[in-house]
Design a protein around this ligand. Structure first.
Ligand code: ADP
Length: 254
């Protein structure tokens, strides 16, 4: 903690050798009143989660498998801001760590040359009026090697090591927490527009032809923008625009 240059992100630090899911662990802590900025970091997760029923591959010591507790004072409909700010923060941290090719894939991944290096899972608890807490789960592949990747993600996943960038996990964590805290402070003090602009700059989805699979509908079109709520705006072949809500969607180049 003394090595951290953050004020509060990571100052409450729960380190675990092993857990089923750092998000589940963080949720318990949040329910017990853990302060904003608390992080749970595990060497491995036996049932790391992605969105819906998807799993997150979290081999021992090979990544940063982390969950961060946030308690923003804005309304639940603004929660997507946290996912956007996390994506911006992580991407900026990666650039600083020497991985300049990292970019944001809408809604919640970070890619390097088309391959996924980070998954972000945002879970929220509260009422319609008030957020009680947000858990930001982040799985960051650091020294994962291609040979150990499960078959189903062999061709879609990458890591710092696979990209030829050697980083110390501790240094990476410090840089990431610093960027997260900076971005978060900006967002909660009314500076979300800057974060959104940065998101657009760092995005690999905007201005591309995309295929978006949403529940009950698949859209093929051109990604033209993202709005303040984190929805993707796609121009369809018939010229109409469609606003796609970041929910259960998967997206790929069309
Ligand atoms: P999606 O990419 O469909 O939005 P998530 O962001 O929730 O889904 O991430 C889960 C998916 O990511 C899994 O279904 C799997 O394909 C892939 N995946 C799982 N573990 C890793 C990992 N360590 N690195 C990269 N991709 C992974």
């Amino acid at each position: 903690q003394k090595d951290l240059h953050t004020k509060y992100f990571g100052q409450h630090y729960i380190y675990m050798d092993s857990t089923d899911s750092s998000n589940r662990e963080a949720k318990l802590l949040a329910q017990e009143g853990a302060p904003e900025g608390t992080i749970v970091v595990a060497e491995t997760q036996s049932a790391g989660r992605g969105r819906l029923t998807r799993g997150w591959f979290s081999p021992y010591g090979k990544g940063i498998w982390m969950s961060l507790i946030l308690r923003p004072k804005f309304s639940p409909i603004e929660a997507p801001k946290c996912t956007l700010m996390a994506a911006v923060a992580l991407t900026k941290a990666f650039h600083a760590l020497g991985l300049e090719a990292a970019g944001i894939k809408w809604p919640n991944d970070i890619l390097v040359k088309g391959k996924k290096i980070v998954g972000i899972l945002t879970e929220m608890s509260g009422t319609m009026e008030e957020i009680s807490y947000i858990i930001m789960g982040m799985g960051i592949n650091i020294s994962v090697e291609k040979s150990e990747l499960p078959e189903d993600i062999k061709d879609i996943a990458t890591s710092f090591a696979m990209e030829g960038v050697m980083v110390d996990r501790k240094v990476a964590l410090q840089t990431i927490l610093q960027e997260l805290e900076n971005q978060y402070n900006k967002v909660v003090s009314g500076g979300f527009d800057t974060t959104l602009e940065e998101w657009k700059q760092l995005s690999v989805t905007l201005h591309q032809d995309v295929e978006v699979r949403a529940p009950g509908n698949t859209y093929v079109g051109h990604a033209i923008d993202i709005d303040r709520d984190g929805n993707l705006i796609v121009r369809l072949p018939n010229g109409k625009t469609e606003r796609i809500i970041a929910g259960d969607v998967s997206i790929r180049p069309a």
